[in-house]
Design a protein around this ligand. Sequence first.
Ligand code: GDP
Length: 358
Amino acid sequence: MSKQKKSSLQEKKGVSISEITNRSSIKSIQNKRKVKIDTVALVSSILKKDITALSRAITLVESKNPKHKEQANNVLKACLPHANKSIRIGITGVPGVGKSTFIETFGKHLTKLGKRVAVLAIDPSSTITKGSILGDKTRMEDLVKDKNAFIRPSASGDSLGGVARKTRESIILCEAAGFDVIIIETVGVGQSETTVHSMVDFFLLLKLAGAGDELQGIKRGIIEMADTIAINKADGGNLKNAKLAKVEFARALHLYPEKSSNWQPKVTLCSALHSEGINTIWDIILEYIEITSKNNFFDKKRHNQNKFWLIQTIEDQLKSDFFNKPKIKKELANQIQLIENNQTTPFAAADYLLNLNN
Ligand code: GDP
């Protein structure tokens, strides 16, 4: 369109160029303000325990859109002073052990005690299956209807680190929304148990009684992480085996050196289906909190977890920034080719790529 035509059109509409410029800048200010107001409104609603606002904030945290990331960071910053007041419990166990049945029963037990319970999940496999198998609302039908409970399926992400970061940030949001107990569920895929362990106060391992070889096939390290082992499905014809398993696990736990928390991990029986042994587990958790609060381990652990996540987040970010650079992507392929042709070593190639990045 020629300049003349454009200005005559504007004249007809009675709008000048400067007015258009003014309008667009007003619009941009309004947009900026809108985001600002939204953030403030969102935080204020979260603090008023508004579940819809909490869900929206978690969706922001999970978003890959850079604009959302900025807003999510603002929301998190504003929520942080109101966080940290919950008990964070990690729950793990093989598929079928009864995690969701347990969380439903345990969650209901807590809401009856007047607690507000949030259930989050870390499920790295949901990245592959594109759906979440954990924290699935249909698996906790009663709890999901409870107004004092909030259930959020696992975030999806490119990596366990990505999923973990989102869950960690969601913990802050749930705490700001006044949840007293945050349950993080995971299944033993890859490093997911270690990841959950690094963000909770208390780690509960659910086990099944087997045929007397309970310790066979158990992942190394998992016993060391557990603050309590609960043998689930201790009911009906299974009760006898469960009691035997309890003895075996208790014996095994005594072989481990004492923890710096001064906490001696416990083994207990429960039936999530029949709601048996559930109050005992809650009592154990309260005892743990009391002991570790008195000897300062509780605060020290959270402090160390924060330090760990700071370093972890920086490492993840640096790594993804590096590998996402087009120059690096291209040269990485070249260097791999050179390594395959024995024309360079992996170390020289790494030096070359890292220098290229500087
Ligand atoms: P998850 O895969 O670990 O979440 O396990 P689920 O909670 O889905 O439970 C798997 C199956 O075990 C379901 O059919 C449950 O009804 C059953 N189950 C869970 N807890 C108990 C229990 O305490 N006793 C018995 N007998 N069955 C249970």
